[in-house]
Design a protein around this ligand. Sequence first.
Ligand code: PMP
Length: 284
Amino acid sequence: RVAYVNGRYVPHAEACVHVEDRGYQFADGVYEVCEVLDGRLVDERRHMDRLERSLKELRIREPMSRAALGHVLRETVRRNRVRDGMVYLQITRGVARRDHPFPKGDVAPAVVVTARSIDRRKGGKVAEQGIAVITVPDNRWERVDIKTVSLLPNVLARQAAEEAGAAEAWFVDRDGCVTEGSSTNAWIVDIDGRLITRPADRGILRGITRTVVVELARREGLELVERPFTVEEAKRAREAFVTSATKLVMPVVRIDDAVIGNGKPGSIAGRLRDLFHGAAEIAS
Ligand code: PMP
C-alpha cells in the first residue's frame, strides 16, 4: 500500500507527518471520504465542493487546484489497486511551532491521501440484517457543518455504541431530537411512508450520500419531509436508516432497546440502497 504525503507517494507503513503538524496538535484540519466503485470516484464533484467550503470556513488555503487534487485521489486509488473501497483525504493548516493563532507567513497546508478496499459483499450482508444504534447526548461544538478532523465526541459516541453491541450512535440535541450519527446522517420512515430527515442546517454535516438520497427519493416519488425528529418518534417509526459514503444506505432495526418495524430492514431503505449508485455521479 502507498499513501500520498505532501507531494510524494510513500509506502503506507512509512507514511508520516511532522510532530508539529497542526492537525496532530490542534485537530486544525479538514477531511473527505469518497467512495470508490469499480475504481472510480463516486460524487467527486460534491465532495470537492464540500471540501472547499470546509477549507474556506476554517480559512485554510487550498493547497492545489481541484484538478490536481482529483489527480492525486485517482492516482492513490490506482496505486493501491482499489476497485471497491474508499479514498481518504486530509488537509491541515500545516507545520509550525506550536502556538494557537494561525502561523505567520506562508505555511503550506499539509495534504495526506490514503485509499483502501472495502469488501462490498460484507456491507451487503450487514444491510440484509440491519444495524442497531444507541442514542447519546450531542455534546459537540456548534460548527459540525464543517468536516473537520476534530472528531473526539464522535469517537467516544461510536465506542459507546460498540460497547453496547451497536454499530452506530445517534446524537440527540437538547430538544430530544436526533441530529445525526457519529459518522452518518439519520433518517426515519413514518407510519404513512414519509421519509423524514433533519434539515442540513448547522446541527449536522450535509452528507453527500444524504443529498443524493434526497434527490433519489424525489425522483422515485417518495414523500420527503426535512424536519427534526425526536428519539421517541424514531422508536415508533416504520423504518429507520443511516447514510454515508462508506455505509451507503444502511437499515437500522434497533434504536436503544426499541425494535424498529418488525425488526427487519424496511422496504424503502432497501429500495434506496439498491437504487443509490444509479443516482450518484460516477466519473467514467
Ligand atoms: N455525519 C457525520 C458526522 C459524518 O462524519 C459523515 C461521514 N463523513 C456523515 C454525516 C455522512 O456524510 P457522507 O454521506 O458525505 O459520507
